[in-house]
Design a protein around this ligand. Structure first.
Ligand code: ADP
Ligand code: MG
Length: 473
């Protein structure tokens, strides 16, 4: 117990010196960009796996997200390599009285803090993960997310029908959007607690330090609806899992609804107690898969409608461009929406409709995602780590069963995620013949159709590779 606490404490030790981050940003991204977009960003909080920063408007947030987020993250990682993402709060310090749409929304947020959503008192005031803009109405559905959507609606109408509801899927697939929608639709009549697993952990450690565990238990056991996002981050934190397990049971017993999201199915969660996994499996488990073209196109259309309402004028993005983005941006819905926002920002700033070749430039980094970042070596590293074999084993001529499948998987992913030719791929796997490459690709393609577990594993590997998440395995 003591050891665990020790670990948790050290893991939230502050490492980031924001002043130096700022000067590095200025250096790396240039004075102009720094002055126009980045200077006013403030670091609100440094958590275990992510940082929370504040900007003054939604527009700035979207602009920064679409252009500079990767670079900022890299800079922050130099101070704390555990940070894997950045989250924003929107705080308009200078313009409190403005009646803009954005401020109305923020006002809504503040009201909901007061009314129905419970928070640990000493969290900073603005922290509210319920976003009025992410609701059931603007969640677009297709075959890949329909079940998850319907299950979420069902729990919002009929509490504890499925308990817990467990939603899982890759990065940027709409999990948080759905949890948020459930929270939104239930908060009028119920006490809703919407929290990420990281935040739960942070509050847990803090409460222990401050000798406030009684209060902590009360907060969490008093809620009607508990929404916990990204539960995979609870891995390895034994003391906290202990507490979570008891909270979970207490809530289920009194008929509260629990909704959990994760990047993988319960049985694939690592370093999480078996009894917790088994509780998760005991409710309804639903996945969200990669969106197909039709859904991507529908989402683009719906976001354009939303933006037109938001800016109260027409967004001129040609059908050709809409189709182009839907076709090219396949990795996640977050990226798809980010790409659209970028194009909209461009057309507003330069006051013109971009041509297709301009769009290619604006989205260059996203379009080349798989080409620029993904190397066969990186794929091998990730796949080896996942299957717990060494790189030497993967590259050896041995044909033991436990080596063949990982090897075929790595070859398959190299074909899918890089533009390397079959012979080139063969060479990177200890000079194997290109027919071996073809055979591996065909085998995995076939297995993906037959073996659901393998299919899930490959999707999750693909996401890890595309998002460079080596340390999350
Ligand atoms: P996750 O939590 O799975 O990583 P998010 O819920 O944060 O993903 O979704 C990423 C972005 O994509 C958000 O802006 C979200 O509103 C949007 N999004 C995801 N799925 C949909 C959908 N089906 N319809 C509309 N927007 C969506
Ligand atoms: Mg999320």
């Amino acid at each position: 117990m003591e050891n665990n606490l020790q670990n948790s404490n050290t893991s939230i030790e502050k490492k980031i010196d924001w002043k130096s981050v700022q000067s590095t940003m200025k250096e790396k991204l240039g004075q102009d960009i720094f002055e126009s977009w980045l200077k006013k960003i403030e670091l609100i909080e440094e958590l275990n796996n992510y940082v929370l920063i504040s900007v003054s408007t939604r527009f700035i947030r979207d602009w920064i997200t679409s252009r500079y987020l990767d670079q900022i993250l890299q800079i922050i990682k130099e101070y704390n390599k555990n940070i894997t993402r950045i989250e924003f709060v929107i705080e308009d310090k200078n313009n409190n009285n403005s009646k803009s749409f954005e401020n109305d929304l923020e006002q809504n947020n503040k009201n909901s803090i007061k009314n129905n959503v419970s928070f640990i008192k000493d969290s900073f005031l603005q922290y509210n993960r319920i976003d009025p803009n992410k609701n059931f109405d603007n969640f677009v559905t297709g075959p890949s997310n329909k079940l998850a959507f319907e299950a979420s609606k069902k729990v919002s109408q009929d509490i504890s029908h499925y308990n817990p509801l467990y939603l899982y899927g890759g990065v940027g697939m709409g999990k948080t959007h759905l949890l948020n929608s459930i929270g939104l639709s239930l908060k009028e009549k119920n006490k809703v607690m919407f929290i990420s697993a990281e935040r739960f952990m942070y509050q847990f450690v803090k409460s222990i330090k401050a000798n406030e565990m009684v209060k902590f238990k009360e907060y969490f056991r008093n809620t009607d609806i508990l929404l916990i996002d990204d539960i995979q981050f609870m891995n390895g934190k034994e003391a906290m899992q202990e507490e979570f397990f008891h909270t979970f049971n207490a809530l289920i017993e009194k008929g509260s609804q629990i909704i959990v999201s994760a990047d993988r199915p319960p049985n694939k969660l690592t370093r999480i107690q078996e009894r917790i996994k088994s509780r998760f499996s005991g409710g309804l488990v639903v996945d969200i898969q990669n969106p197909d073209y039709e859904l991507r196109y529908k989402i683009i259309k719906s976001k354009i409608d939303e933006l037109e309402l938001f800016y109260s004028n027409q967004i001129n993005i040609t059908k050709e461009i809409q189709e182009f983005i839907s076709k090219e941006i396949r990795t996640s819905i977050r990226e798809l929406v980010g790409a659209l926002n970028r194009i909209v920002s461009f057309s507003r700033i330069y006051n013109k409709v971009p041509s297709l070749s301009e769009v290619r430039v604006i989205l260059k980094d996203l379009l080349n995602l798989s080409e620029n970042k993904v190397t066969i070596d990186f794929i091998q590293t990730i796949v080896c780590k996942f299957f717990k074999i060494s790189k030497n084993e993967m590259l050896s001529p041995r044909r033991s069963r436990y080596l063949v499948r990982p090897r075929q998987t790595a070859i398959y992913l190299s074909k899918m995620l890089t533009s390397k030719s079959l012979p080139e791929i063969g060479r990177s796997f200890s000079n194997r013949d290109h027919t071996t490459v073809i055979h591996s690709v065909k085998t995995i393609e076939k297995l993906r159709k037959e073996d659901n577990e393998l299919n899930i594993n490959i999707d999750s590997l693909k996401n890890k590779i595309l998002y460079n998440q080596e340390n999350e395995i």
